[in-house]
Design a protein. Structure first.
Length: 109
C-alpha cells in the first residue's frame, strides 16, 4: 500500500469471498513526485477508479496525462503501465479491483 495514502476497506472482499475489492483511498499531505511518481502496473483483471473529492493527475502509457476531478471515473486497462503525477489536498478516490488479492509491480525505484 502507498505510504502517502490512507485506505478504508468497504468490506467487499469478504462479502464476495475474494472476488472483488473496494476501498476509499484518501491521499495525505502534499504530493511529493519523488515518492508518488513511480511507474507501476497492477496484476488484476479489472480496475475502476472514481474520484470522490478533489483531483488526481495520472499518466497512463499510450494514453498520456489526464487530470480527473470529483465525479470523474476511469477503467484502467489490465496491466497497463501508469503513475500518479499529482493530487489535490484532500483527494479521495473509490477503487474497485478484481480479484481482491492482486499484485502491484513497481517498475521504477
Amino acid at each position: 500500500m502507498r505510504t502517502y495514502a490512507h485506505y478504508r476497506d468497504l468490506g467487499v472482499a469478504d462479502a464476495t469471498r475474494g472476488m472483488a475489492l473496494a476501498h476509499v483511498i484518501r491521499f495525505v499531505g502534499q504530493c511529493d513526485p519523488k515518492i508518488v511518481s513511480k511507474k507501476h502496473t497492477h496484476e488484476c483483471e479489472f480496475q475502476m477508479i472514481y474520484v470522490l473529492k478533489g483531483s488526481i493527475t495520472t499518466e497512463i502509457e499510450g494514453h498520456g496525462v489526464h487530470k480527473m476531478n470529483a465525479g470523474d471515473s476511469w477503467l484502467q486497462p489490465q496491466s497497463i503501465v501508469h503513475k500518479v503525477l499529482d493530487y489535490s489536498d484532500g483527494c479521495e478516490v473509490l477503487e474497485i479491483v478484481l480479484p481482491a488479492k492482486f499484485r502491484t509491480v513497481e517498475l521504477e525505484k
